[in-house]
Design a protein around this ligand. Structure first.
Ligand code: FAD
Length: 434
């Protein structure tokens, strides 16, 4: 071997490992991190997505990690054993950038969990269901993201406005839900001078109200009727809600907040929309209910505080906090265990009954382990009586206990929108993923 070749070989032997070893170390560290997140998310019941999320075809995935880098949400995807994995599904909001970034097309965005149907309503290009004059827009129809919800709400009502109107006293359109889709639908109805009613069970804003504090919201510019282009790309939850408020003020859009739609039926050629406050006749109905349902509330003083939520999205956000979890089902136990997992939070689980009777085996086992380690303090036969900024009052057999508190998570059941949809008689499409 010539001296030149020998020198080249020696340089290669030094340079290649110098470049490759740190790379491999980084890959291994990232895999360890992803595996840990994956295990933690499974324990906390946060592994599955509730909305649009990626399905990764493991046979096609080459494990390049392009999807992981493309995802703007932290730790949703990871590479484990050389394959991309949905690590923390509950944090996935369906941006779809992972699918775009995959060089081999191994990712498709889907609503359904593998092997399950997604309850997706059958819709035409105007978002009309199989029941004439009944429309579904936004996440309920199967498409996540703020921009899509706004666009669909606007387009559905523009289509309704193009149909002949009847001046018989009934509303031209009743919109149900005031998240991004319902607000856009309402604005479009107002812009098109339709006789409209916008009904919202809670406050205007929809799921955005449930985001964790200061959550970074990624969206694309989108046209909003009566306002113009919403020039958003990256903003915070708080700024977005402030913007919605400005839109409502400027456009004078009327939203009946705190009015839940309980029933929808047809009578004499129009719809009858029922709420606890009355019945409304409508020629068209736009359902913009989202997919997160109506959580059952405790109805106690202080429940309206911002620290009270009905869903845990990311247990890791909570560190060194006093947390109360209320409920006795799997979701409550998974949340309690997930919040106690890293040992920094002081977690109390309050349940009104005397024992947990309907838990999955693994959750019952986890709970028992955490109870023995005093990592979760369990209060059976207990009822929350009041929530204050820094404490909660819980009624127990021994009397009222006052427990320090930073956050309350309530899992007391609730209604899912699909039951409501099924009653309307609309047709669904099958989206079963193997
Ligand atoms: C944590 C988190 C982060 C996200 N981050 C982003 C992001 O960065 N970018 C992005 O584009 N998207 C994001 N999303 C997704 C986005 O929030 C949703 O896709 C969007 O809000 C869907 O809008 P929607 O109007 O269809 O439904 P929703 O926003 O869910 O609104 C539905 C509304 O209907 C009301 N309602 C339901 N039932 C009834 C009834 N019976 N009567 C009256 N009212 C009813 C509800 O109270 C609610 O206000 C995120 C989602 C979550 C959970």
């Amino acid at each position: 071997m010539s001296t030149e070749s020998l020198i080249t070989l020696l340089i290669a032997l030094v340079v290649i490992p110098a470049a490759v070893v740190p790379y491999l170390r980084r890959v291994r560290a990232e895999e360890r991190r992803a595996r840990k997140h994956f295990e933690d998310a499974k324990i906390a019941g946060l592994q599955s997505a509730v909305s649009m999320h990626p399905h990764i075809n493991a046979m096609e995935c080459i494990g390049c990690g392009g999807c992981v880098d493309a995802c703007p949400e932290e730790d949703v995807l990871g590479v484990i054993d050389g394959k991309a994995v949905l690590v923390h599904g509950s944090k996935c909001v369906g941006h779809g950038l992972c699918a775009d970034a995959c060089p081999v097309g191994a990712i498709v965005m889907m609503m359904a969990a593998p092997g399950r149907s997604a309850d997706l309503p059958l819709l035409d290009e105007h978002f009309e269901t199989s029941v004439r004059n009944l429309f579904i827009v936004g996440e309920l129809g199967g498409m996540g993201l703020i921009k899509n919800a706004i666009t669909q709400g606007r387009k559905a009502v523009e289509h309704i406005a193009s149909r002949a109107r009847t001046s018989d006293g009934a509303y031209d359109v009743v919109v149900v839900g005031a998240g991004p889709a319902g607000l856009a639908a309402g604005l479009s109805a107002k812009a098109n001078k339709l006789k409209y009613l916008l009904l919202e069970q809670g406050d205007a804003g929809g799921t955005i109200l449930q985001y964790p504090r200061r959550k970074i919201v990624m969206t694309s510019p989108v046209e909003l009727p009566l306002w113009g282009k919403l020039k958003l790309t990256e903003t915070s939850k708080e700024s977005l809600l402030e913007l919605w408020q400005q839109v409502l003020t400027k456009t004078q859009l009327k939203v009946n907040t705190g009015e839940k739609v309980l029933d929808l039926r047809t009578a004499e050629g129009h719809f009858v929309v029922s709420t606890p406050l009355g019945e409304y006749a409508a020629h068209h109905v736009v359902l913009a209910l989202g997919r997160r349902g109506t959580p059952r509330k405790l109805g106690v003083p202080g429940e309206e505080l911002g620290k009270v939520t009905y869903r845990l999205i990311d247990a890791e956000t909570y560190k060194d906090c006093d947390v109360l979890v209320v409920g006795g089902g799997d979701s409550a136990v998974e949340a309690a265990v997930g919040l106690a997992l890293h040992g920094t939070n002081r977690v109390t689980l309050s349940y009104r009954k005397s024992e947990f009777t309907r838990l999955k085996d693994r959750n019952a086992k986890h709970l028992e382990e955490y109870r023995k380690r005093n990592a979760v303090s369990i209060l059976l036969n207990s009822n929350v009586k009041g929530i204050r900024e820094k404490e909660v009052q819980i009624e127990t057999a021994e009397g009222i206990r006052v427990v320090p508190n930073d956050y309350v998570f309530i899992f007391a059941g609730g209604d899912m929108p699909f039951e409501f949809l099924k009653k309307t008689g609309i047709k669904f499409q099958e989206q079963v993923v193997a």
